[in-house]
Write a protein that binds this ligand. Structure first.
Ligand SMILES: NC(=O)c1ccc[n+]([C@@H]2O[C@H](COP(=O)([O-])OP(=O)(O)OC[C@H]3O[C@@H](n4cnc5c(N)ncnc54)[C@H](O)[C@@H]3O)[C@@H](O)[C@H]2O)c1
Length: 334
């Protein structure tokens, strides 16, 4: 039985991130019910205390129980954590909505804006689950495989509801997993989305073999554009300069594994990047399209984002686009 100060948590999505966060929660003494559409993953967790498909090196606690049905996963949960990809979030929310306990905290870790509507994901969840629910978004530089292995990590959780943000902080925080709270939900959600798009630009530098001087000059440009977009859309500039923006941009744009960075690398090396895009979901691509549209709508100039956009639209070859940006961009004129 979970003590009252340790609410049980429903984790929807047993991929890399959901399993890793469930592992942290279980280590902190919370009972976790892990739901997935992938039955083999749930069986692996139940029978072997492993998620060999998504997080193979971690032994999972008995506190993590597999749940085959959403009603079984969500019933009685104090926190319901959405850790599916942004593309399927609305559908999963719609299915779980009838089973959510009154007053449970809704926590989302998916990164992106809804394709088509450009809605922030807390708005998508609000539409499906009811706007009265405490809504929290987690962002920051937290690669699942790293913090699951106990690497010191810090995340930021944003919410309009300070009590909900604090409850999430209390559930996750321990000696190696630190949780900052903010009331800038908008800023955290937008930074989480935008950094994936800018990681493509950083990857193009890698693929072109450009030196660190060049890649580094793009970071403050990306941040400045992110901050302006966040501000124009109702968030705070400073959120872009903290864990949600700068922190996550560094992780995504400089680590070897990140798929958005690797897309850019493929582009910059002259590889078949359209073929690369046929692989697992790349959240930076829809993020770029949405962000470009929102920037235009709100009159925000985003010359670096425009480079990625023109490349993705096939209007310019990646290396040519980056070279002409670097040649022509006027730092003082912006
Ligand atoms: N992996 C990380 O380090 C990390 C860190 C921070 C945030 N995130 C974000 O968390 C989200 C999930 O990322 P991940 O790395 O866990 O992805 P993943 O590919 O490892 O897992 C995706 C999960 O979504 C589920 N899913 C896919 N299609 C589905 C559908 N139609 N219906 C229901 N479930 C479906 C899969 O079964 C799986 O459980 C993403 O938005 C990602 O940006 C990931």
């Amino acid at each position: 039985m979970t003590p009252a100060d340790k609410p049980s948590v429903s984790v929807l999505g047993a991929g890399n991130m959901g399993t890793a966060l469930g592992h942290v929660l279980a280590g902190n003494g919370h009972d976790v019910r892990l739901w997935s559409i992938e039955e083999d993953v749930l069986e692996d967790v139940r029978d072997n205390r492993r998620n060999s498909k998504y997080l193979k090196h971690i032994e999972l606690s008995e506190r993590i129980q597999s749940a085959w049905k959403l009603e079984e996963a969500a019933g009685g949960a104090g926190i319901v954590l959405f850790s599916v990809t942004s593309q399927v979030l609305r559908a999963v929310a719609r299915d779980v909505a009838p089973h959510l306990p009154a007053g449970c905290i809704v926590l989302n870790v998916a990164k992106g804006l809804e394709e088509g509507s450009d809605l922030r994901l807390s708005r998508v969840l609000g539409e499906e689950l009811g706007d009265g629910r405490p809504m929290v978004c987690m962002g920051g530089p937290a690669m699942a495989s790293q913090f699951a292995a106990g690497v010191p990590t810090a995340v930021i959780v944003g919410s309009d509801d300070p009590e909900a943000a604090k409850a999430v902080q209390q559930a996750f925080q321990n000696e190696f997993f630190k949780v900052e709270t903010t009331d800038d939900l908008v800023g955290v959600e937008l930074c989480a989305t935008l950094k994936n798009a800018y990681a493509i630009a950083l990857g193009i530098c890698d693929g072109m073999g450009l030196a660190m001087n060049t890649k580094s000059l793009l970071v403050p440009l990306a941040l400045s554009e992110m901050a302006s977009l966040v501000e124009a859309l109702g968030g705070r500039r400073q959120t872009a300069y903290g864990l949600a923006g700068l922190g996550d941009l560094i992780t995504t744009g400089f680590s070897a594994d990140g798929r958005n960075r690797r897309l850019g690398e493929t582009m910059g090396s002259g590889g078949d990047w359209r073929e690369f895009m046929k692989g697992p979901t790349l959240e930076g691509v829809p993020a770029c399209h949405s962000a470009r549209g929102l920037a235009h709508k709100h009159g925000v100039e985003t010359p670096l984002l425009d480079v990625i956009y023109t490349v993705l639209c096939g209007e310019q070859e990646p290396r040519e686009a980056m070279q002409s940006f670097l040649r022509e961009f006027d730092y003082n004129g912006r």
